[in-house]
Ligand binder design. Structure first.
Ligand code: QZP
Length: 403
């Protein structure tokens, strides 16, 4: 009997585009469509990696975590061949079964009950900050609001020492640049961040954490025999790496969306119940975490393309969230749309641990802002901060009309 014919695999188009060039990072929404229209999976000549910018394939790859694994790094660098710049994360850069153990420890700490306890204090702090800013009429929605608010609530929740907290944002900046290639952004931030990284390592030790915080709660897992002291130190590092720059830019990008679409602010003011949806839609429309890589653990098929074992693939969440194959009028920021299913927090077993933290920060801020701000206008040019992973702003000057 004749052997069955070899499967016909989809041709993978080659794309001559560098997602990490200053030009690409400055205007990512300009080239997402180019990738999407080229095919479900493409080959990026610039780095010799696969990429997908379509919703269906991004979600499919994230769901198949055994095939598209995380333990070889979720940046461009393949940990099977290169030494990572810092010890790998025990959450982000692990696979089952180990991932399930560390994730369970963290899930118990970042629980719905723990989030609920925070609300009253965070709401008060949001109201105070918004009062300060509205009385000035003009302020920077990134520096004075999006960076300021998380810094006022999150480090205290972890129980971090007061001294040296100015290292938190520079450290996160290095972490997120570090997922990209060794370009100027990565080299510069790593060089500038050596001291910040040393501070973070120290700040994560048991003796430097306050009792009652989420950091100390990780060490309670050590006392209960669930992980080692070294593991705990690295899990506290996860809070620090993942919990600041992400929410900062989620809030900053949301403010930028309202500046660009003033009608949506009016809508929100007239229907406060839209607050929750507004933040989700902001994340869909301008996803803070633009992408992560996965590595194929064995030969795999995705979107009809055959991907050999050991290949890196760039999964573009931000593009998936604007894929016209999935969303109606994807480029419109519309806080009333059905935006559930967006992948701004990822998808599957690695889906964002801190998403309820991000939602709470955004919600208390929007609550305070909608109570005090009738209208928002730009008061100067917005300035981007280029990062190899995050879509970020350095500055967003605005002027507000008080209610
Ligand atoms: C997750 C870690 C917040 C995510 C978008 C990315 C992330 C970064 C670092 C870590 C986890 O260090 O565990």
């Amino acid at each position: 009997m004749a052997a069955p014919p070899a499967p016909e695999h989809l041709h993978v188009p080659h794309i001559d585009l560098d997602p990490f060039s200053a030009q690409s990072l400055s205007a990512p929404h300009g080239w997402y469509g180019v990738l999407q229209d080229a095919g479900p999976v493409v080959w990026l000549d610039s780095y010799g990696v696969y990429a997908s910018a379509r919703y269906a394939e991004v979600a499919d790859a994230l769901k198949r975590h055994d095939t598209f694994c995380s333990s070889r790094g979720v940046g461009l660098s393949d940990f099977a061949h290169e030494t990572p710049w810092r010890p790998p994360s025990l959450l982000l850069e692990t696979d089952p079964p180990h991932h399930a153990q560390t994730r369970a420890i963290m899930n118990r700490i970042v629980s719905p009950a723990a989030i609920k306890v925070l609300r009253a204090t965070w709401a008060e702090k949001a109201a105070d900050l918004v009062e300060e800013l509205v009385s000035r009429r003009r302020f920077d929605a990134v520096v004075d609001l999006a960076e300021e608010f998380p810094m006022r609530v999150f480090p205290d929740t972890i129980g971090l020492q007061e001294n040296g907290r100015e290292n938190l944002l520079p450290y996160a900046c290095a972490v997120f640049n570090g997922f990209g290639p060794r370009n100027a952004l990565t080299e510069d931030t790593l060089a500038q961040t050596r001291d910040a990284a040393a501070w973070v390592t120290e700040a994560c030790r048991r003796e430097n954490l306050r009792p009652g915080g989420w950091g100390m709660a990780v060490y309670e897992a050590v006392d209960n025999g669930l992980c080692s002291e070294d593991d705990a130190q690295r899990l506290v590092r996860s809070f620090i790496s993942a919990g600041v720059d992400t929410t900062v830019n989620g809030i900053g990008n949301m403010m930028a969306a309202f500046v660009q679409f003033p009608g949506e602010w009016e809508k929100l003011r007239s229907k406060p119940a839209l607050r929750t949806k507004a933040f989700e839609e902001a994340l869909r429309w301008d996803s803070t975490v633009q992408w992560f890589f996965r590595t194929t653990a064995h030969d795999a098929e995705l979107g009809g393309a055959l991907i050999p074992e050991g290949s890196k693939i760039l999964l573009c969440y931000a593009a998936a969230n604007r894929d016209p194959r999935r969303w109606v009028e994807p480029d419109r920021f519309n806080i009333e749309r059905m935006c559930s299913g967006h992948v701004a927090f990822g998808y599957g077993i690695h889906q964002c641990l801190g998403q309820m933290v991000a939602r709470l920060e955004a919600d208390v801020l929007l609550e305070a802002l909608t109570a005090r701000v009738a209208a928002i206008r730009p008061a100067g040019p917005a300035v981007r901060r280029l990062n190899n992973t995050l879509h970020a702003l350095a500055s967003l000057p605005i002027e507000v009309d008080p209610v």
